[in-house]
Ligand binder design. Structure first.
Ligand SMILES: NC(=O)c1ccc[n+]([C@@H]2O[C@H](COP(=O)([O-])OP(=O)(O)OC[C@H]3O[C@@H](n4cnc5c(N)ncnc54)[C@H](OP(=O)(O)O)[C@@H]3O)[C@@H](O)[C@H]2O)c1
Length: 403
């Protein structure tokens, strides 16, 4: 089986390569495919990308910027002077890797930059193992429609969506009558229980201390604001063909129940496991089979109790804003997502405070409804979504936050 990875040096990307290493070292085991990697794309971490390329013998590579091409070439030469690879950069590079003819593309870049390469892979007939949720948030209708037209599968990598996908196995996922609702679980992040006022004092360093998951910086901030859960509601709507009204977000601090589906007869099926992204990544690479693995099972007597509570959307209004955007649909989810990407970037640089993230998103969503330059469109084309995303980034950059 041939795979390509966008974002190979990140949290999901490196765990994907760990899974490939593990599957390829256990070739004889039942249902383990032998995986060949045909393309890798990363940003600026050329040290790691060079090591990945040489280890997995990958001859098609992409980096974020033109200067990284030289850095990567030098680093590969130092590791193995005889190793030759085609190296591209920027959007063209992401597209080259996406279109390299792999059976599965793992989309593990962050944010809207995943959209065009994901669509390119779909149009090329490549199945998608989707980690990059922002792609579905911004343009889910188009991505799902194109996937259906090109008979391409989108297998979720996000642990909650992988859980829902597994709970729905054997049931028609698009038969809305088959299930009553989805319970989408959330850890609650590092600031669970804090008030809006207390949150005004938290720093980027505090935000990086996620209690149960070790992830890239953007999703870690999104988890702390609960925007991640809002993005996941929209992701689930598109993946499973449901409305946001069919989804209930519940906080489950132990992160053992990864999500649940309630069926029309009153049964509720849950998927459980330790918080380990290698489990959903492995399933996305081997579906519909399950590969053997030595992943530790939860020690339930040690865990003792599994608890559930309602999210506090007064302290964490981003979840409310995302559901509002989901309800409006059209260009609003793309606008909200872009505003969030810009605000999270500013927060990580120390330019704005934690509560300013939600303030910026609210402002940009309100501006979009009044904008003559970028009016709200109910059924946007891809170009209109990309234009709305660009407008929202500029608008978010210009917001003055209260001191
Ligand atoms: N981490 C998780 O546990 C998790 C769970 C569920 C879903 N997700 C989703 O998966 C996606 C990836 O998250 P992550 O946590 O793995 O992020 P991450 O650790 O920040 O990794 C991001 C990857 O994107 C690359 N990248 C950055 N800028 C780029 C550019 N201009 N061109 C090409 N590549 C670029 C980075 O490369 P460099 O490092 O080389 O700069 C890195 O490989 C996100 O959409 C997230 O919401 C993540």
């Amino acid at each position: 089986m041939y795979i390509a990875v966008l974002g190979s040096t990140g949290s999901i990307g490196t765990q994907t390569l760990e899974v490939v290493r593990e599957l390829n070292s256990r070739k004889e085991a039942l249902h383990n495919p032998h995986i060949t990697i045909t393309g890798l794309a990363a940003g600026g971490n050329t040290d790691l990308l060079a090591r990945q390329a040489v280890e997995f013998n990958v001859r098609l590579l992409s980096v974020a910027a033109r200067e990284d091409v030289y850095n990567l070439t030098e680093k590969i030469r130092m590791l193995d002077p005889s190793f030759k690879a085609d190296i591209f950069y920027g959007e063209e590079g992401l597209l080259k890797v996406a279109e390299c003819g792999a059976d599965i593309l793992i989309t593990a870049v962050v944010g809207m930059m995943g959209l065009k390469p994901t669509l390119a892979a779909i149009r090329n007939g490549t199945d998608i193992a989707l980690a990059n949720k922002e792609t579905l948030v911004a343009a889910g209708d188009i991505v799902i429609r194109e996937a259906a037209e090109h008979k391409v599968s989108i297998i979720p990598v996000d642990s909650e969506h992988s859980a829902i996908f597994q709970c729905l196995n054997g049931n028609s996922k698009r038969d809305k009558r088959a299930f009553r609702k989805i319970f989408l679980t959330a850890s609650g992040g590092p600031f669970r229980g804090m008030s809006f006022e207390e949150l005004s004092l938290v720093t980027p360093e505090d935000t990086m201390k996620h209690p149960t998951w070790n992830m890239g910086s953007k999703i870690t901030v999104d988890s702390a604001t609960l925007m991640n859960k809002g993005l996941e509601v929209i992701e689930a709507m598109h993946l499973f063909g449901v409305s946001h009204r069919d989804i209930e977000v519940i906080v489950h601090p132990q992160s053992i129940v990864h999500s649940m589906v309630a069926f029309r007869d009153g049964s509720v099926i849950a998927q459980l496991g330790n918080p380990d992204m290698k489990v959903p990544i492995r399933l996305a690479l081997t579906y519909p089979e399950r590969a053997e693995s030595e992943t530790p099972l939860p020690d339930f007597t040690e865990i003792g109790s599994l608890t559930f509570e309602k999210p506090d959307t007064d302290a964490f209004p981003c979840l409310r804003y995302a559901i509002e955007a989901a309800d409006m649909s059209g260009t609003m989810p793309a606008v909200m997502n872009a505003a969030n990407e810009i605000a999270v970037g500013s927060f990580l640089k120390g330019n704005i405070k934690f509560n300013d993230i939600q303030y910026n998103i609210r402002k940009v969503m309100d501006l979009h409804m009044r904008s003559k330059e970028c009016p709200f469109i109910q059924d946007p084309s891809l170009d209109e979504i990309i234009a709305a995303d660009k407008w929202a980034r500029a608008a978010a950059g210009g917001i003055k936050c209260p001191v």
